[in-house]
Design a protein. Structure first.
Length: 241
């Protein structure tokens, strides 16, 4: 499988914002996937608003500050743009399109980074990706990270979407897809819209069924990660897998 040569990580994105008028220079994300503080979120968003020809600084800073206060984080605000929720619905269409592109680009950069090495050995990067993707989702999703023999990401696929507390899961469909992709193992991922990452009895039972189905054809379930609002729980590390 061909790998992209040397794409910058999300932490390197601050270089793109250098010299943007009165907007202060951004500090890169902390190493290890730690989230930036809200000042970074406000300055990043203000720069984007400027780039989209929305009101210019200092008005852009004021608007960005109000949006971060409303949604809590830049990541949550970008998800709200995708879902059309709250005051972001009233932003000019050009601004909303740019913000959607930023969100998708960030996710692609995260995935590219995960394709270069063992996914589970890069837990801070993996957790940052999953929190950005699922931490604020209001419906439950079941995603599967299919890995090659070296633990590198082959594909990240959505295989179930449901309600606020349930997503349909079909063990045979997951195993069938893993075989089609020639995966050596896979990681189950689902989110809890309640924000609490603790596994339920149903989560534990469902995981056991998938492990049993995978074992029949020689596949391994490397982990089951549950994404809460601000935390990712590993069922393997918790002794539940």
């Amino acid at each position: 499988m061909s790998r992209p040569p040397t794409e910058p990580g999300v932490a390197d994105a601050s270089a793109f914002f250098a010299g943007s008028g009165q907007i202060a220079a951004l500090r890169p994300l902390q190493q290890g996937g730690a989230a930036p503080d809200k000042t970074d979120d406000v300055h990043c968003l203000a720069t984007l608003l400027e780039a989209a020809h929305s009101p210019r600084a200092p008005t852009a800073l004021v608007q960005a500050s109000a949006l971060v206060v409303e949604y809590g984080t830049l990541s949550a605000m970008l998800l709200a743009v995708a879902q059309g929720e709250g005051s972001v619905r009233h932003l000019p269409e050009g601004v909303r399109v740019l913000l959607l592109l930023v969100r998708e680009s960030a996710h692609r950069l995260h995935r590219a980074r995960l394709q270069r090495g063992n996914v589970l050995a890069e837990r801070p990067a993996l957790n940052a990706y999953l929190l950005a993707l699922l931490g604020r989702e209001k419906t439950e999703q079941m995603r599967v990270l299919f890995l090659d023999g070296a633990g590198r990401l082959i594909a990240d696929e959505l295989l179930g979407r449901g309600t606020v507390d349930h997503a349909p899961v079909y063990p045979r469909e997951i195993v069938r897809r893993a075989l089609a992709l020639r995966a050596g193992s896979f990681v189950l991922v689902h989110n809890h819209p309640s924000g609490d990452a603790m596994p339920s009895a149903e989560d534990i039972s469902m995981t056991g069924q998938i492990v049993a189905a995978a074992h029949i054809v020689g596949l391994q379930v490397a982990d089951h990660l549950i994404v809460g609002r601000d935390h990712v729980l590993s069922m393997k590390e918790a002794g539940l897998l």
